[in-house]
Design a protein around this ligand. Structure first.
Ligand code: ATP
Ligand code: MG
Length: 168
C-alpha cells in the first residue's frame, strides 16, 4: 500500500537552488527507507517538504496516511505519557534540563505514541547511547507502518533499513 509519493520537488532559498528532485519518491507500507548524503545536501529539507513543514517551489507530495516526525533540532518541549517516560527512561525529567539524548528519547516516545502510518526520523541516533540505539532499532523494526530515516550511522541503517536512497 502506497503511503507517500513525491515528484518534481524543487526548493530554493534566497534564489539559490538547494534541492531538485530528479526521481520520483515513493514510500510503501512496511518499507524502511534510509536517506543518506553528505552534510548540507538537503536531507532535512527534503523531509520538511514531504511533511509540509516547508513549502516546495514546484512538484507535489501526496500523503495517504498519518505521519509523525522526530526532527533533527527540536527544542520544543513535548508531553508524553507516564508509560512512555518509563519505557524511555525519562521519569522525573523536565525538558528544560534534559540532555540531548533525553530530548531525543522524548521526541521518539511522542512520535510513537501517535502510532502513525509513517515514522519520519531525522538523525535520531546522534545523541543516543548504545541502549537507546538498540531500543530505537527494535521499535522501528516492529513498527506497523513505514519508516523514513536519515542517519550517518551505517550500522544503524543496516539494522533498520530495507532500502537506501542517496541524496547527491
Ligand atoms: N531556511 C534556510 N535558509 C537558507 N538556507 C537553508 C535553509 N535551510 C537549509 N538551508 C541550506 O540548504 C542546504 C541543505 O540543508 P539541509 O539541512 O537540508 O541539509 P542536510 O542534508 O540535512 O545536512 P546535515 O547532514 O548536516 O543534517 C544547506 O546548505 C543549508 O544551509
Ligand atoms: Mg539534516
Amino acid at each position: 500500500m502506497l503511503l507517500l509519493e513525491a515528484a518534481g520537488l524543487e526548493k530554493s532559498y534566497k534564489g539559490k537552488c538547494i534541492l531538485k528532485q530528479s526521481e520520483p519518491f515513493q514510500l510503501f507500507n512496511k518499507e524502511r527507507i534510509g536517506l543518506v548524503g553528505l552534510n548540507g545536501t538537503g536531507k532535512s529539507t527534503f523531509l520538511k517538504l514531504l511533511t509540509g513543514a516547508e513549502e516546495a517551489d514546484t512538484g507535489y507530495v501526496h500523503l495517504f496516511g498519518t505521519f509523525a516526525v522526530v526532527s533533527q533540532f527540536e527544542e520544543n518541549s513535548q508531553i508524553i505519557t507516564s508509560r512512555s517516560e518509563g519505557l524511555w527512561n525519562l521519569k522525573g525529567k523536565s525538558f528544560e534540563t534534559m540532555s540531548g539524548g533525553e530530548k531525543t528519547r522524548t521526541q521518539i516516545a511522542a512520535a510513537l505514541e501517535q502510532q502513525p502510518d509513517i515514522l519520519i526520523l531525522d538523525e535520531p541516533t546522534s545523541h543516543l547511547d548504545m541502549d537507546g540505539m538498540d531500543q530505537l532499532a527494535k521499535v522501528l523494526n516492529h513498527h506497523h507502518g513505514a519508516v523514513l530515516l536519515v542517519s550517518h550511522d551505517r550500522a544503524f541503517l543496516d539494522t533498520v533499513c530495507t532500502k537506501i536512497i542517496e541524496l547527491d
